[in-house]
Design a protein around this ligand. Structure first.
Ligand code: LLP
Length: 429
């Protein structure tokens, strides 16, 4: 049993849907990201079930995985997108997504990004500060457009997750303190080029408890009631993303259970008419992907056993950045024996922090293929070329077929946009 239902051992070898991962490694090389289309659909279904018959929009938090094939699949299923940059907007457009279902988050929106989003006709700007509101008003009114706006409020709740991915506390840079929100809404109402449409919050990521969501919701409900008294009516409520996935043995939140409580509270507060917007990232893609890697060397010392593999922190930064756990499965597993060691699984990069997993008891040989599980979210999107390592290819499997959805980068591509100083400069020095 793996943490990901679409990745299962069949006849002693790990498969994704009906395709052998050993075969994919052989055909396309390693490191290799492999996604399951069916797993994307399963994850989407869990939200669709939870929101059936409701006024709701799921905007995929695409920073988790912005491959065009992933975006196109979610777009086909009816998703909108939560973007945080002009680059992400361009990806949505390239994938055929509907800009009218895009919400634009982020604390540092630049003028050109606002212009592009206005031109594309996004559903909403999630505004994160007073200064941003002023800039947006100016950019919109000079181009003769009206910017639909939500304020992203910071409800000051503890999402009980890793501090680097917790965003809803007072000390985080995100959002507008909830106590300041009414005043800024009142000001927004008077600004040219601004139309107030909603309220937004996002309290963190890899959340496994319902309580922080419900606490944030209660605070937003109180805010919305207050705004009503000021004559400000909203159309939607955006609760952000954040639902955690199973990396090891976490008990995860079921969208159906969580959102039935959300709808109940909204109805009890006489706010059942509001459209619910969500921005899930990880929970839509995390367990739809793995990172395949080949064991290059086994190295044994008194203190440690290392399996040195061809994937590294540049391909999967999460372990070293967040101390994150990713399950590691041998694609063709061998039974453990009394002398099977525990390995630290490390990459070739020249940093002690270059590790993917620690202390894993696996019977390994040189040349074995390993699958680093739960690598569909924040894996490729956080990758780099550190140590001049071309980024790995991405494959999407659909039943019995495998499609290359991103070519492996080439060595020449690493520096094709670089130039040495011109010869006359060099020769005169
Ligand atoms: N909306 C906003 C405004 C966000 O900042 C994020 C994630 C999401 C939605 C999607 O959240 P999700 O459903 O994926 O939890 N690199 C980290 C995660 C950073 C999350 C940043 N914001 C990791 O690898 O764990």
């Amino acid at each position: 049993m793996t943490v990901a239902p679409r990745f299962q051992h069949k006849n002693g070898t790990l498969h994704v849907e009906d395709v052998s991962l050993a075969q994919l490694a052989k055909e396309f090389g390693t490191p290799l990201y492999v996604y399951s289309r069916a797993a994307l659909q399963d994850a989407w279904e869990s939200y669709a079930r939870a929101l059936a018959g409701r006024e709701a929009l799921v905007c995929f938090g695409m920073k988790a995985n912005s491959n065009l094939a992933v975006l196109a699949e979610f777009s086909r299923l009816g998703a909108g997108f939560d973007i945080v940059s002009g680059g992400e907007l361009a990806r949505v457009q390239a994938a055929g997504g509907d800009p009218g279902k895009v919400v634009f988050s982020g604390v540092g929106k630049q003028v050109w990004e606002m212009q592009a989003a206005l031109e594309a006709g996004v559903k909403c700007f999630n505004v994160e500060s007073d200064a941003e509101l002023d800039r947006l008003s100016k950019v919109a009114s000079t181009s003769g457009r009206v910017a639909p706006v939500s304020l992203r409020v910071n409800p000051d709740v503890d999402a009980q997750t890793h501090p680097y991915i917790s965003t809803g506390l007072k000390e985080n840079k995100f959002g507008i303190a909830i106590e300041q929100a009414p005043e800024i809404y009142r000001r927004a109402k008077t600004l040219p080029g601004i139309e107030i449409v909603g309220v937004d919050c996002h309290i963190g990521s890899q959340i496994t408890e319902a309580a922080p969501y419900l606490d944030a919701l209660d605070k937003l409900i109180a805010l919305i009631h207050g705004l009503r008294e000021d004559g400000i009516e909203l159309k939607h409520l955006d609760l952000g993303g954040g639902i955690g996935i199973r990396y090891a043995n976490e008990q995860v939140l079921e969208p159906e259970k969580l959102f039935s409580q959300v709808f109940e509270r909204l109805e009890a507060a006489d706010l059942g008419h509001l459209e619910l917007v969500l921005e899930p990232g990880r929970s839509l893609v995390g367990n739809a992907g793995v990172l395949l890697t080949e064991v290059q060397y086994l190295k044994h010392s008194d203190a440690k056993n290392f399996a040195i593999v061809d994937a590294a922190m540049n391909d999967l930064l999460r372990p070293t950045l967040y101390d994150a756990w990713h399950d590691v499965e041998a694609v063709n597993p061998r039974p453990a024996t009394a002398v099977t060691p525990s390995y630290d699984i490390v990459g070739p990069i020249c940093e002690s922090g270059d590790w993917l997993a620690r202390e894993r008891r696996l019977e390994l040989h040189q040349g074995d293929i390993l699958a680093v599980m739960s690598a569909g979210a924040y894996a490729f999107t956080m990758s780099s070329q550190y140590n001049s390592r071309p980024r790995a290819a991405e494959i999407m499997v659909d039943g019995t077929r495998a499609h290359v959805v991103r070519q492996r980068e080439t060595i020449a591509g690493l520096f094709e946009s670089e130039r040495t100083l011109p010869a006359d400069v060099l020769n005169n020095s």
